[in-house]
Design a binder for this molecule. Structure first.
Ligand SMILES: *Cc1c(COP(=O)(O)O)cnc(C)c1O
Length: 244
């Protein structure tokens, strides 16, 4: 499939290399091992053909934020990948409706955006029905609650209670926290706050070692504050149509 458009493949390869270079530099600055960091390439709005090209370029983790797109893309990419090629791990990173949970549980390996118990319960049921275990992260809101609508997430105050309930939910493995930096404030302090919350969570749930933070614009800040998973879209794939 990728031979059809070698130019796109070369473009993706170049941008992917540049992102890996940024991660390596950020790790050098923070005195961290790049091997501790998982790059999740967010392929939302881009076709399954790009997922296939990325896998051929060595990408093992891809992210999506809409169930309908992701479900179809996972099937299409798996079919298009060569027999010897391992399909990527699918990370669901977007706001999720409870009625989509069973669908997501069929193809996703990791859900980064669990922010309320009914959603966790539905994901757990879906995972059990599919005979799978889902790794889940609790999305934390780093917005000033007085500042109006955020980008989803449980309030820090409610994190411990949600974590306790998710840890008891069959079909789910509580792995850590996720956040999106606020739009109207610098990312560094927000990720520092997330790191504190992650440490508190880990004290109670030792297996919850993951911290998903950092996107194309702020991955250095995320690495500096201990992120284990970076969710990078446009820096690898190019700019998206602005409506999503
Ligand atoms: C789109 C998206 C990303 C990637 O954003 P870029 O700025 O393109 O790197 C990361 N996380 C979430 C939750 C997203 O929806």
């Amino acid at each position: 499939m990728s031979e059809v458009d070698p130019q796109r493949r070369a473009e993706l390869a170049g941008r992917l290399r540049a992102v890996h270079d940024r991660i390596e530099r950020a790790c050098a600055v923070a005195d961290r091992d790049p091997g501790e960091i998982t790059l999740v390439v967010v392929t939302k709005t881009f076709p399954a053909a790009d997922v296939v090209r990325l896998v051929e370029l060595g990408v093992a983790d891809v992210g999506e934020n809409r169930d309908q797109d992701a479900a179809a893309k996972a099937i299409e990419a798996a079919a298009a990948l060569g027999a010897g090629q391992r399909p990527p791990r699918w990370h669901f990173v977007g706001q999720l409706q409870r009625n989509k949970a069973a669908s997501v549980a069929r193809y996703a390996d990791v859900v980064h955006s669990v922010d309320r118990l009914p959603l966790a319960t539905a994901l757990g049921k879906g995972a059990q029905l599919a005979g799978r275990q889902l790794d889940v992260l609790l999305q934390v809101s780093l917005h000033d609650p007085a500042g109006g609508a955020g980008r989803g997430g449980v309030l820090p105050f409610d994190l411990a209670e949600l974590a306790a309930a998710v840890a008891r939910t069959e079909g789910l493995r509580l792995r850590g926290v996720m956040a999106v930096a606020p739009l109207d404030a610098p990312a560094g302090p927000a990720f520092a706050r997330l790191a504190e919350l992650a440490a508190t969570l880990r004290a109670e749930h030792p297996q919850a070692t993951w911290m998903s933070a950092g996107m194309s614009g702020d991955l250095e800040d995320a690495v500096a504050h201990g992120a284990t998973h970076l969710r990078v879209g446009s820096a690898v794939l190019g700019s998206r149509p602005s409506l999503r």
